[in-house]
Design a protein around this ligand. Sequence first.
Ligand code: NAI
Length: 246
Amino acid sequence: MLLTEKTALITGAARGIGKQIALAYAKEGCNIAFTDLELNEAAQATRDEIAALGVKVQFYASNAADFDAAHQVVEQVVADFGHLDILVNNAGITRDTLLMRMTEQMWDQVIQVNLKSAFNFTHAVTPVMMRQRSGSIISLSSVVGLNGNAGQANYAASKAGIIALTKSVAKELGGRGIRANAIAPGFILTDMTKALPEDTLKQFVTMIPMRRGGEPEEVAKVALFLASDLSSYVSGQVIQVNGGMA
Ligand code: NAI
């Protein structure tokens, strides 16, 4: 068991990559606090699947882009669980279109949900982890945060911001025993990518040396490594999980 007695907070974990991270942690004995916008069927199912693994689990309905709400969630998690060892900034959205057609609202929404949320939660957990003199903060970036992508200027910028935030946090808080790392997934098969047209999906796969999209469980394995002591001297890094995409 890699995470016995630990508590993890994962944002946007009702489904997709966040859900698989929660399950991977729970299988290693970790207690799970997770957020999403509302307690819908997906969130309830996730909560039940985690509980079936025999760990403590609590769901918090919260908009990760809201600074005060993020702080309230963290305060409540510490009250409910007693401590907080791992934060996973996972909540994210896309509002894809070419730059010329991108509205101010599309830009603002993506930056708020993808990048500001990571600031909100990182800011809220910092005093808690500083007091504990330990903690692991993991944020979901993307391959497009490293390379850019036509039609995703807002999303790519938000994911590049995640990398700079992560590296800065690693430098600021390393002396307090807090590690910060980012995961940059490539093309992962979740609801987010299922929304893409069939042709685009097929085209993506031809660009991947492993000739397939990744499963959310394959991202979760890296998130498990970064949360656990297996990565005790790894900080400020971006780990790509992309089937060999350049
Ligand atoms: P998804 O769309 O399947 O799940 C995202 C979850 O976040 C949903 O449950 C959604 O309700 C929640 N969410 C959205 N806005 C929120 C908010 N304001 N507050 C709280 N929760 C919110 O997406 P997926 O694919 O699981 O992605 C997870 C993360 O991984 C995202 O940050 C995404 O950008 C990133 N990522 C995904 C890739 C992929 O190919 N699927 C590739 C690279 C990065």
